[in-house]
Ligand binder design. Structure first.
Ligand code: B12
Ligand code: SF4
Length: 486
C-alpha cells in the first residue's frame, strides 16, 4: 500500500480526433503509456500535482501521480489501482470536471474507505456546490495548496505508511484509513475554526439523506500567497519518463485583470520566482533524457530586468533544448528578442485577445494593439515563431470591431505553417470576473454544461452579439486561419 495518489483527469485528449492521433502514435503496456512519437509534442505534465507531490515526499509520504491523459483506458486503470492508496487527490479544469466527478464516484463506490479530495482552478471556485452535491468528495482545497494539503495529510494519515511498517505497527494503518464518518469526527471535534489552515472546505454532513441536510459546508477562508522561493522543485521523477515536454512555472498571478481569466483570482498576489531557482529547475530538466522541449509559463517578461537576468542565465548555462514561452509582445525590445533567439527560444505565445481598444478596455486587458503588432514584427525579424491568441464574443465586441481584429491578423504578415493564430470563444470560467459579475458586462449565459467550457463552444451572448453572430464570427475567423495557413 502507498500513501497518496494524485490524479489528473483526462484533459485535452477528450476530443475524439486528438485521442486517436495520440493513441496511434503511442505504445502502451498494460494500458500505461511507455513511448510516444518524439514529433508529437502534445502532452504537458500536471505541474501543480508535481509540486504538491514533492512537498509530501519530503515529509516521507509515498506518492504516485496518475495522469488520465496518457492512459489508454483511464477509468479502468484508475479503478484497478485505487485500492493501493490511503488518500486520493484529484485535479482538473472546468471542461474535464464532470468526467472527474464520475471517476471519483466510481472509486468511492468500490473503495469507500479511501479519502477523496479535490483541488485546482475549477474546484477552488465551486467548492460549495461540489461538496453539497457530491458526497463522494470528502474535502475540497481552494487556491494554492502547498500549506493546506500537507497539513490535512498529516492529520488524516498521521504518518507515512513506512513509519508504521518500520515500527512493526502495520495493523494501525487500518485505523488511519477513512472509516466512514472519520472526517466529521476529526474536524467537528476541533472547536475553533482558526486552527485549521486556510484554503480547505468540507461538508460536516456528508451522510445526510435529504438535500436540505447537505448544506453544512465549512470553508476556512482563502489561503495566503505561497512564497515561491521556498517551494521545492516539482517531483518530475514520478512521471518524467513519459513526457517529452517540460513546463516550468515562472510566476503566479498577473498584473492584468482580464474579465475572462480566473488566474488573478486563483493567485491574487503577483509573484515571480527567483531566477536562480528557475535555472536550477532548467538544469534538472536538461539532465533528463526524455525532455525535448520546454515551455515557460505564464509570463517571462513581467519586467525587463527579470527577462534579461533569466535569458543571461540560460545563455551562460548553455541550455540547449528548444523552448517556448508566454509573454507580453507589447513591451518587447529588439535587443531582448535577439537575446531570446540566442538563448534558443523557438516560439513565443501572446494573448492579443482583440485589436479593438474599446473591447480591451471593457474587459480590463491593458494593452495597446499597435504596440503588440510592433512586438510581433520584432519577433519575426529575429526569426522566432509567434503564436497569437484572440477571443471571440467578448463584451463590447461587435461586427465592426471583429473585422478590425481580422484585419489586424492579416496585417501581422505571419508565416503560414510556422506561426499560429488561435481564436477562442469567450467563456465565463468559474473564478473569472465574467462569471462572478456577469451583470456588470451584460452577458447572458446560455450553457451551464461545464464539459462544453472548452473555448470552442458558444457559452454566452453579450449585449451586442447573439449566438448566431458569434457562430458566424467563428466561421469567418477559421476561414481566415485557413486562408493564411496559420
Ligand atoms: C500550462 C497550462 C496549460 C497546458 C497544460 C495543462 C497541464 N497539463 O497542466 C495546456 C496548454 C495543455 C493548457 C490547456 C488548456 N488550458 Co490551461 N493553463 C495552463 C497554466 C498556464 C499553468 C497550469 C499550472 O501548472 N499552474 C501552476 C500550478 C502550481 O497551479 P495549479 O495547477 O492551479 O495547482 C495549484 C492549486 O490549484 C492547487 N491544486 C491543483 N490541483 C490540485 C489537486 C489537489 C488534490 C489539491 C489538494 C490541490 C490542487 O495546488 C497547486 C499548488 O498550489 C494555467 C494558468 C496558471 N497559471 O495556473 C492555465 C489554465 C489552467 N488553463 C486554462 C484553460 C481554460 C485551458 C484550456 C481550456 C485552454 C484552451 N482554450 O484550450 C485548455 C484545456 C485543456 C484541458 N482540458 O486540460 C484555465 C483553466 C480555467 C478553468 N477553470 O478550467 C487556466 C487557469 C488559465 C486561465 N485562463 O484562467 N493549459
Ligand atoms: S488572460 Fe489576462 S489576467 Fe489572465 S494571465 Fe493573461 S493577461 Fe493575465
Amino acid at each position: 500500500m502507498l500513501d497518496i495518489c494524485l490524479l489528473n483527469g483526462i484533459t485535452e485528449f477528450q476530443e475524439e480526433n486528438r485521442i486517436r492521433v495520440f493513441q496511434e502514435s503511442a505504445s502502451f503496456i498494460n494500458g500505461v503509456l511507455v513511448n510516444l512519437d518524439e514529433n508529437l509534442l502534445l502532452r504537458e505534465p500536471p505541474t501543480g500535482l508535481m509540486i504538491l507531490a514533492s512537498i509530501l515526499e519530503q515529509k516521507g509520504y509515498s506518492v504516485d501521480i496518475i495522469d488520465g491523459s496518457i492512459l489508454q483506458n483511464p477509468r479502468d486503470y484508475i479503478l484497478e489501482n485505487a485500492h493501493k492508496y490511503r488518500l486520493i487527490g484529484i485535479t482538473g479544469l472546468t471542461n474535464t470536471f464532470n468526467d472527474i466527478l464520475q471517476t471519483a464516484n466510481l472509486i468511492k463506490k468500490q473503495y469507500p474507505e479511501i479519502f477523496m479530495v479535490m483541488g485546482g482552478p475549477h474546484a477552488s471556485f465551486e467548492y460549495e456546490k461540489i461538496l453539497s452535491q457530491n458526497p463522494e468528495i470528502d474535502m475540497v482545497f481552494i487556491g494554492e495548496s502547498e500549506n493546506s494539503f500537507p497539513w490535512v495529510v498529516d492529520k488524516l494519515l498521521h504518518a507515512p505508511i513506512l513509519d508504521f511498517v518500520e515500527a512493526g505497527n502495520s495493523e494501525e494503518i487500518k485505523e488511519t484509513l477513512n472509516s466512514p464518518g472519520k472526517i466529521h469526527k476529526l474536524f467537528t471535534t476541533i472547536d475553533s475554526k482558526d486552527i485549521l489552515p486556510k484554503g480547505i472546505s468540507y461538508n460536516t454532513n456528508n451522510n445526510a439523506q435529504s438535500p436540505d441536510e447537505l448544506k453544512r459546508v465549512i470553508y476556512t477562508g482563502f489561503p495566503e500567497a505561497i512564497n515561491l522561493s521556498e517551494l521545492p522543485l516539482p517531483a518530475r521523477h514520478l512521471i518524467s519518463r513519459i513526457y517529452s515536454v517540460a513546463d516550468v512555472i515562472i510566476n503566479r498571478g498577473c498584473p492584468n485583470k482580464c474579465s475572462f481569466c480566473s488566474r488573478t483570482h486563483l493567485f491574487p498576489l503577483m509573484r515571480i520566482r527567483p531566477v536562480k531557482q528557475v535555472l536550477k529547475e532548467v538544469e534538472y530538466i536538461s539532465s533528463c533524457a526524455n525532455y525535448k522541449f520546454v515551455n515557460f509559463y505564464d509570463n517571462i517578461n513581467i519586467n525587463h530586468r527579470y527577462l534579461n537576468e533569466f535569458l543571461d542565465g540560460l545563455i551562460s548555462q548553455k541550455f540547449s533544448l528548444p523552448w517556448g514561452a508566454e509573454l507580453r509582445a507589447d513591451v518587447i525590445t529588439k535587443d531582448e528578442a535577439l537575446k531570446l533567439k540566442k538563448a534558443n527560444c523557438k516560439i513565443v505565445a501572446t494573448g492579443v485577445e482583440s485589436a479593438s481598444e474599446e473591447v480591451l478596455k471593457i474587459n480590463f486587458k491593458f494593452q495597446d494593439p499597435s504596440r503588440v503588432a510592433e512586438g510581433i514584427k520584432i519577433f519575426k525579424e529575429v526569426g522566432i515563431a509567434v503564436q497569437a491568441y484572440f477571443v471571440i464574443g467578448l463584451p463590447g465586441d461587435n461586427w465592426d470591431r471583429f473585422r478590425t481584429t481580422l484585419k489586424f491578423v492579416e496585417s501581422l504578415n505571419l508565416e503560414g505553417g510556422i506561426d499560429r493564430v488561435e481564436f477562442f470563444t469567450a467563456t465565463p470560467y468559474p473564478g473569472s470576473d465574467l462569471a462572478m459579475n456577469g451583470e456588470k458586462y451584460g452577458i447572458k449565459i446560455l450553457n451551464d454544461n461545464y464539459s462544453e467550457y472548452d473555448c470552442r463552444t458558444i457559452i454566452m451572448e453579450t449585449q451586442t452579439l447573439i449566438s448566431s453572430d458569434i457562430e458566424n464570427m467563428i466561421k469567418e475567423a477559421h476561414s481566415l486561419k485557413k486562408k493564411l495557413n496559420l
